[in-house]
Design a protein around this ligand. Structure first.
Ligand code: TRP
Length: 330
């Protein structure tokens, strides 16, 4: 039997270049070798967006389109909607017994996000607990491998802890997953911030037009010590250089060298990047357009993917309930 990959996204808007280099690139690469499940985590999106449920339908659709446009092949991978699999919610409740509030509140990703969403003074219980729900996302299908960005590592670690504890207490039912990082596990934002993030408004989206990409890159932060094009540069602190490293495998070493020697200025370096990113995004834009115009086809793909994931979830939950002795009428 093929091993399984599970990963996915929180639908709080369209996906960006950080998602691509952090995880989507690996989904596409691994889908032939692994049985692949892509979760659109709409319930997780509600943990921060609960005041705006009206956004969900379109955001779910956009995330599906982004995955398809990047090359996730619906004939071999299953893309599915989290909320349509109530077994995930059920599993979350069982797991919640195995995790302390203290452990959750020390999760560094939760801490960073709590700041962004102003949850520091009053943290919704569901938000604090979403990593537990994420453990259910990953384990209902007994995933072996989880391609993620660096920010997700604490959640995978928690998942592994829960699996070990569950198996130790109730018997070997669950599979302990491994995280998989890409060559660029964290992409900084255009503003030089630690991470490209929808909520920080420092992203290039996979659906951005040529003109928008150009405008955004022209405004991107570079090495602050460089005033003149001939000043010696420090690519290691430059966001634009990091993007070259992520998307311009062929030329980034030469650009690094020229920057250090003061032989290429920031304007020219940005021009190169604009052309690289636009070339990279062009086929994705075209496929995005194709799927955006075929909403019914996309919904059909989600329906089929969800059906397949649901069947597996039902099977796993039978085992889980038996293990924790709540299979009364069997
Ligand atoms: N937390 C992930 C994000 O914000 C989305 C996600 C939900 C996920 N469930 C998952 C990722 C399971 C990997 C595995 O992008």
């Amino acid at each position: 039997m093929k091993k399984r990959v599970l990963t996915g996204d929180r639908p709080t808007g369209p996906l960006h270049l950080g998602h691509y280099v952090g995880t989507i690139i690996n989904r596409v690469k691994l889908q032939k070798e692994y049985e692949t499940f892509i979760i659109i985590a709409d319930v997780q999106a509600l943990t921060t967006n609960f005041e705006h449920p009206e956004l969900l339908k379109n955001d779910v659709f956009q995330v599906a389109v982004d995955n398809l446009a990047c090359g996730v092949d619906p004939n071999i991978s299953s893309i599915f909607i989290q909320s349509m699999i109530p077994e995930i919610a059920e599993l979350t409740v069982y797991y919640s017994m195995l995790v302390s509030v203290n452990l959750l509140s020390h999760n560094p990703t939760i801490k960073t996000e709590a700041k962004q969403y102003n949850f520091e003074k009053s943290m919704p219980y569901g938000f604090l607990g979403y990593p537990v729900s994420q453990a259910a996302d990953i384990t209902f299908c007994k995933a072996n491998l989880v391609p993620v960005g660096e920010d997700q590592l604490p959640h995978i670690e928690l998942t592994r802890k829960i699996v070990r504890k569950f198996n130790q207490l109730y018997g070997e039912v669950l599979v302990e997953p491994e995280p998989l990082l890409s060559h660029m596990p964290r992409l900084p934002g255009l503003d030089g911030g630690a991470k490209m993030s929808k909520s920080l408004g420092n992203c290039i989206y996979l659906g951005d037009s040529k003109e928008v990409v150009e405008k955004k890159i022209k405004r991107a932060v570079t090495d602050p010590k460089r005033i003149h094009p001939t000043d010696l540069g420090h690519p290691e602190v430059c966001t634009v250089f990091t993007y070259h490293k992520a998307f311009n495998q062929n030329d980034y070493l030469e650009i690094e060298h020229s920057c250090r020697e003061g032989k290429i200025g920031c304007v020219a370096c940005k021009e190169k990047l604009i052309s690289v990113i636009n070339q990279f995004l062009e086929p994705i834009r075209e496929r995005r357009k194709y799927y955006e115009e075929r909403k019914k086809e996309v919904m059909e793909i989600l329906y089929e993917g969800t059906k397949k994931a649901k069947k597996i979830a039902e099977e796993t939950l039978e085992e889980v309930r038996a293990a924790i002795k709540i299979d009364y009428f069997k």
